[in-house]
Unconditional design. Structure first.
Length: 350
């Protein structure tokens, strides 16, 4: 497909996948193209304060996507315009959800990195499991090239960045397939490159000050489990009201720092009424729904709602594809979700 044939108005948004200070990422289709599914990154929707930086990241992504075109398991850039970019859709689940454990998946992931190196591309953000996918056929894929670099030469700096990409792949293997780790792989995981050590000692601190204090945003994860400490009282309060038919409490990582509570409440009442009922209890996100997904015994499908709370839309859609009976209930919950970040919570992955 040629870029010149796609106009901004051709994109029809269906789902907001992610929303952060740098862009808004939607999945949707291209009008008149047989329902071809694509991803649209809206850079122009970023706050004015950070828009110049947002475009720096977008241009890095565009350049990298052009460089990796044709590599199996990487996105294909379809179009760019004054609002952002459009790339093709890669189906699959993030690996902290899919948890790949086979030797074949990691061999395929290594092949992607090897092909990228041949074109002088380093990803630079592969420590995030959200950027690795297990596709529906079991193959690996890599997404989100906002921080990627296209190197003109093969000098020391390029080799160190490529080393870090490989080391981060091994870190994912250590997390999800420790039985495949060799003594050499474990040594590599422990041995950070010099640029990585310098970044942690200097640049990372500046980055945290800028994003957390000035922009109230962070890529960190919360750790305190508020479900155990606050959940029982909240559930008891809701269950005592006859207008509430059920509820589910889950956690998600706050944009700034810590853990937020995400409540799904089955009721005909609106959010304001439920919050009034829960006066004195801090719930960051509260979504009222007409029905909660349930098993045959009536228990709530918290596994499905966790995908919504963590904004794992791809995994939720894969679940609806595999279990079509859940789709009529889960689809409106996904469409009405309130969390649009992709921060992960480690304690939900075990």
């Amino acid at each position: 497909m040629k870029n010149s044939r796609i106009l901004p108005g051709d994109f029809v948004s269906e789902t907001v996948f992610k929303r952060d200070i740098f862009s808004e990422t939607h999945s949707g289709k291209l009008a008149g193209r047989d329902g071809e599914r694509v991803i649209r990154r809206f850079v122009g929707k970023s706050p004015v304060l950070v828009r110049p930086l947002a475009w720096v990241l977008a241009r890095r992504e565009i350049r990298a996507l052009k460089a990796v075109r044709g590599i199996e398991g990487t996105p294909t850039l379809l179009s760019t315009d004054s609002g952002g970019l459009i790339r093709d859709w890669l189906d699959g689940a993030p690996i902290h959800i899919a948890r790949p454990s086979t030797r074949e998946w990691y061999k395929g992931a290594h092949r992607i990195l090897r092909d990228m190196r041949r074109r002088g591309v380093t990803h630079n953000d592969l420590a995030k499991p959200q950027n690795w996918l297990m596709r529906s056929n079991g193959d690996p894929a890599v997404i989100d090239f906002q921080l990627a670099s296209v190197h003109r030469g093969r000098g020391w700096f390029y080799r160190m960045m490529a080393y870090e990409d490989f080391r981060h792949l091994l870190k994912q293997k250590a997390s999800f397939a420790p039985h495949l780790m060799t003594p050499t792989a474990r040594r590599i995981v422990r041995r950070r490159s010099l640029p990585s050590r310098i970044w942690l000692a200097t640049g990372k601190k500046v980055y945290n000050v800028f994003t957390r204090r000035l922009l109230n945003w962070s890529d960190g994860e919360g750790t305190r489990d508020r479900i155990d400490t606050e959940g029982p009282v909240i559930r008891a309060t809701l269950e005592q009201d006859p207008r509430v038919n059920g509820c589910a409490l889950l956690t998600y990582s706050l944009p700034s720092k810590g853990v937020g509570l995400y409540a799904f409440v089955e009721t005909a009442l609106d959010e304001a009424a439920i919050r009034a009922l829960l006066s004195g209890h801090a719930i960051e996100l509260l979504q009222t729904v007409s029905a909660l997904p349930r098993r045959h015994d009536g228990s709530v499908r918290e596994d499905a709602l966790m995908l919504v709370a963590l904004n794992q839309v791809t995994a939720a859609e894969e679940l609806m594809r595999k279990e079509p009976d859940i789709a009529p209930v889960l689809r409106p919950i996904v469409d009405g979700r309130l969390n649009f970040t992709d921060r992960r919570l480690t304690h939900t992955e075990g």
